[in-house]
Write a protein that binds this ligand. Sequence first.
Ligand code: NAD
Ligand code: WQD
Length: 336
Amino acid sequence: MNILVTGGMGYIGSHTCVELLQAGHTPIILDNLYNSNLAVLDNIAEITGKTPVFVQGDIRCRETLDGLFAQHKIDAVIHFAALKAVAESVQKPLEYYDCNVTGTLVLLQAMQAAGCNTLVFSSSATVYGSENQVPFCEDMPVGTATNPYGSTKIMMERILQDMAVANPDWKISLLRYFNPVGAHPSGKLGEDPNGIPNNLMPIICRVAQGKMEELLITGNDYDTPDGTGVRDYIHVVDLALGHLKALDKVVQTPGCSIHNLGTGKGLSVLELVQAFEKASGITLPRRFAPRRPGDIAESYANVDRAARELGWQAKHSSAEEICQDVWRFLTKSNKR
Ligand code: NAD
Ligand code: WQD
């Protein structure tokens, strides 16, 4: 299939393009390189032996999208492109609503005009908010977002659900990712955000590289086994493979489906830090700090629906494999 991959140069998008190419699909990447760089294209080519079509452009540009749909017979869209930094979204709400919500609306309008009605969408566990109890299940009511980033994901899910009601021939898959981590086992792709990282694993990497002085463990007084926050860390290759399964399913399923992509198990900050120290041989300078505003104690998925309906489950997401792959990426790609 010819797949338009918005945000395909980014962390999750690039790993998904590798799996798409290896499965015989043809990804066509649209990315404005806001949070990625051109080297990713060479790295995808080195891993797969194929260079995907890449167009540098913005999902908010209707002309660019119309051109892409006119030039390629696009069978489906995987829509990763978004801004994703939670704290930044509080400072810059308009940029987040514009990129994420306006961008999705323009994309949907272009798809509709081109007669392309199959979409896999990057949603997030953030939509469960703080009201629901773990493990989070797809049939729970969506929670209240504590930041504009989370609000954009809730809004986009709603827009896509409304689209499916209004257009019964549309096929939409909402994938709620838990905490994506890890890197490609080749060491050629991984998470390399532009600017100051927000998430735990990229921060761990910066501390290991000596680019940040220490890791602040934000909260050790949660009601969890060791007092630190518990999350469902999912290897990015597992996540990428989940997209292929979702794609296979969505092409034959009109309507809007929702699937959690996680492991179903929680890991604490300390457990992840210890696994990283073991994989790298580095002792990370760290200390406990107050809780981060808006954080919840625990987040992990009920993954039964993805197993049952998509035939997908995480296979590479042990703390050991995740940390070994991240460490290989840091060392092999000279990111240290
Ligand atoms: P990323 O920042 O690495 O990738 C996003 C890509 O989209 C980047 O290459 C960026 O340059 C591009 N982009 C951003 N705005 C664009 C625009 N207007 N037009 C074209 N390209 C644009 O992020 P990621 O971690 O790969 O996340 C991918 C998707 O998954 C996002 O929608 C994100 O919200 C969602 N998600 C991520 C996580 C996570 O923790 N990484 C968790 C849940 C959901
Ligand atoms: C993980 C754990 C922190 C930084 C976020 C978004 C969510 C989704 C995934 C996109 C928590 C602790 C963190 C630090 C720490 N993204 N931590 N020191 O908050 O679970 O989820 O990314 O959709 O929407 O909210 O991920 O990696 O930021 O934090 O101790 O310097 O690490 O308290 O327990 P989070 P995270």
